[in-house]
Design a binder for this molecule. Structure first.
Ligand code: 3H9
Length: 701
């Protein structure tokens, strides 16, 4: 039919094969090819049609790179109607990941057969959309409203077996799919199976209160996202409107979402995540070192979480602690976390046991001799880290990668403690390490290319999202966090309260407010980090005055039961504490600051634009490879709402002229020390350009 879609007659079955690597996305060429093939099948001797895909997967959906551009015919919903209307039996054969429009294509077929290893999902909500090629109309007809909504609202894939239970797949097989699918098609023909069009089925009626309940649940879960609610509206149409009208409404709502800022932001994050994996100047074929055995130094919260991350991805791990008591404590944290994973349904009891058995403990550095990768995860003491690396240099085998999980320290100085700085790299995990997706891969001045390539690939293997950072204090994420936290603290001194600052940021979309984040991380962490810095490196003294006062009162945050808030010992539920407000008021008095009302807009702009301004410096200095890497870091590591696209995308969406105007206003009000606009912000705003356009030019240049 064309280079992406082929059609051949296998005895009486017309086989349409989509071959559009890597994921058989339904690009315009693929849609056109399928349409031609379906039309050809009408006129030939075939008795039935089989739709399958070459390569690693059935279609993973619409071609996302076409979104945001004018849609090109044939449109997917029309194509699917034409497939469904066929008088000849049409069967879909699924393997790999049949996602979104890919699975909707299968739903337009009359029967579906799947390999047992296949998974099926409707991930459109993750792109700020919902299934827009009949999914909201056809899935409720097969699986019922509740299951359909669950599938489309979560965006999470299900197994072929589960899909069969829900009536979404008719047959599950193992072994060779094409053969099994041809045999199944012939069986259907022999049995005189009817052409079964999902559009002609009725939706099982539901209690009218179900939609109200679902709306309330989705609104709470979606926190600011509109796509899940629009999906619900579209599903409701499946019950109230004839199929064709329901489909028309689905298309209209889908296109409305597609044009909106949320989908634009989420699509940006999708591609940003994949682009972040690419290192400029490092060819794809850069050799990688083989990692079989991993060593972790330090059995604290971080070390334990990192050990679990590797064990969960099937790597044997040896955890080293300074003595038996510390080791026992570390391993017991791991046990507790695995119990938690089982309780939360993340792992089955047998999976948890299998993973746990991969983690062993030692107090002897000699036990690290065979490790291919050793990650140091002890507390932030530069001298201690350098001592550890000097020891690793002596005990680790040649070619082992030596990594530090430091959040702030200079990776080059740590590397200099060894005679093999080319083997040293930063692997900065985020707490809790077995849950958080982000991994900053810190490239030292002397880090070898194959070490970097290995760690980026390994990041994906352990199911993290790796982003490369250069060396600077705090790397990409924590460096930018400093001005963000600073502004949060200054808002307190100037008149706000912890509750109001947190509420403003959460309502805007952050997963947690900055004051609560401080309590969670421990106020003593910043306190100790500042002690290690020269006075002029510590930042605006006003911005840690309250926090330090709380530390000196023994209020270290959640771990001591009190910080900016007080925490219930059992439930950890936080409550306000008038003592803290008193500390804030006293600090303001001592600093001669007159407290005033600060509205939510000012709080949000000060915090978010401080991120943007610092982010642009990070990009200009080359610490981040590209602005979109910063977005990935903030979305996956710091609870930035994905539907706002990350700080860099958000700044473009607001308009750099507006951002600059506000930053300049803050400079005039609060001083240049904290608010000098980044040179890149000034330049791009003056040119009327965007960060995205600048990044595209930089990538090509
Ligand atoms: C939809 O279907 C709407 C319909 O309801 C209605 C329409 C009217 N398009 O992730 P990977 C690229 S919305 C274009 O690294 P993996 C990706 O950018 C769609 N490109 O591989 C990357 O490119 P590169 C609903 C796509 O093995 C390469 O493929 N579907 C698409 O880790 C490899 O990707 C989805 O949302 C696409 N649809 O994971 C599925 N998908 O190498 C989105 C991938 O240049 N995709 N690419 O960086 C996925 O979840 C994963 O890619 C998948 C494979 C699980 C399939």
């Amino acid at each position: 039919m064309n280079s992406r879609v082929s059609y051949e007659l296998v005895e009486t079955v017309g086989v349409i094969t989509i071959d559009n690597p890597p994921v058989n996305a339904l690009s315009q060429a693929v849609r056109a090819g399928i349409l031609d093939a379906i039309r050809a099948s009408r006129a030939d001797d075939s008795k039935a049609v089989l739709i399958c895909c070459a390569g690693r997967t059935f279609s993973a959906g619409a071609d996302i790179s076409e979104f945001g551009k004018p849609p090109q015919e044939p449109f997917l919903p029309d194509l699917l109607n034409e497939i469904e209307a066929s008088d000849k039996l049409v069967v879909a054969a699924l393997h790999g990941t049949a996602l979104g429009g890919g699975f909707e294509t299968a739903l337009a077929c009359h029967y579906r057969i799947a390999l047992d290893s296949a998974s099926i999902g409707l991930p459109e909500v993750k792109l700020g959309l919902f299934p827009g090629a009949g999914g909201t109309q056809r899935i409720p007809r097969l699986a019922g409203v509740a299951a359909a909504v669950d599938l489309m609202a979560s965006g999470k894939p299900i197994t072929a077996a589960r899909a069969a239970e829900l009536g979404l797949v008719d047959k599950v097989v193992s072994g060779e799919l094409r053969e099994a699918a041809l045999a199944y098609t012939n069986e259907l023909l022999a049995a005189g199976a009817p052409v079964r069009r999902v559009s002609e089925l009725d939706v099982d009626p539901v209690d009218s209160s179900l939609f109200d309940e679902l709306r309330t649940t989705l609104a709470r879960r979606a926190r600011g996202q509109i796509a899940p609610l629009k999906m619900l509206e579209s599903v409701q149409a499946a019950l109230t409107l004839p199929f064709a009208e329901g489909l028309a409404q689905e298309r209209e709502l889908f296109l409305e979402l597609m044009r909106g800022s949320q989908s634009n932001a989420l699509r940006h994050v999708f591609f940003a995540e994949r682009t972040a994996a690419k290192i400029r100047g490092l060819p794809r074929e850069t050799p990688r070192r083989e990692i079989k055995q991993v060593g972790i130094i330090g059995g604290g919260t971080m070390g334990g979480g990192i050990a679990m991350t590797f064990a969960n991805a099937d790597f044997p791990v040896v955890m080293l602690e300074i003595n038996d008591a510390a080791l026992a404590r570390g391993l017991s944290i791991v046990d507790r976390n695995y119990d938690g994973s089982v309780k939360r349904g993340k792992l089955s009891a047998s999976q948890a046991t299998a993973c746990r058995e991969l983690i062993s403990g030692t107090t002897d550095y000699a036990a690290l001799a065979q490790c291919d990768l050793v990650i140091e995860a002890v507390f932030e003491d530069p001298k201690l880290k350098q001592d550890i690396f000097a020891r690793l240099d002596k005990c680790c085998k040649d070619g082992a990668i030596l990594a530090t999980n430091t959040s702030y320290q200079d990776v080059d100085e740590i590397a200099a403690a060894t005679d093999r700085p080319e083997d040293v790299i930063g692997l900065h995990f985020f707490s809790p390490a077995h849950i958080m997706k982000l991994l900053e891969v810190v490239r030292g001045e002397k880090t070898a290319d194959d070490v970097l390539a290995t760690c980026m690939a390994l990041g994906k293997k352990i199911r993290k999202i790796p982003v490369m950072s250069g060396v600077c204090y705090g790397f990409i994420g924590n460096r930018m966090l400093q001005p963000y936290f600073r502004e949060g603290q200054l808002c307190l001194i100037e008149g706000s309260t912890p509750e109001r600052v947190d509420a403003a940021m959460q309502e805007w979309g952050m997963a947690m407010g900055p004051i609560s984040v401080g309590d969670l991380a421990g106020l003593d962490v910043g306190y100790k980090a500042r002690e290690a810095l020269a006075i002029d490196e510590r930042g605006d003294p006003k911005s840690f005055r309250v926090s330090d006062a709380l530390v000196e009162m023994g209020r270290l945050g959640q771990k001591s039961g009190a910080g900016f808030y007080t925490y219930d010992a059992e439930t950890r539920v936080k409550s306000s504490d008038p003592v803290v407000l008193e500390v804030i008021v006293q600090a303001a008095k001592a600093l001669d600051v007159e407290r005033r009302e600060i509205d939510a807009d000012e709080i949000v702009d000060r915090l978010i634009y401080s991120l943007v301004n610092e982010g642009l410096r990070v990009v200009e200095e080359g610490i981040a490879q590209r602005p979109s890497d910063i977005d990935v870091v903030y979305v996956y590591g710091y609870g930035f709402p994905a539907w706002r696209g990350g700080p860099m995308h958000y700044a473009d969406a607001v308009g750099l002229d507006k951002v600059l105007a506000r930053v300049t206003e803050f400079r005039d009000r609060f001083g240049a020390a904290n608010w000098t606009p980044a040179p890149l912000l000034q330049k791009l705003a003056a040119e009327g350009s965007t960060i995205e356009a600048w990044a595209a030019a930089a990538a090509n240049g």
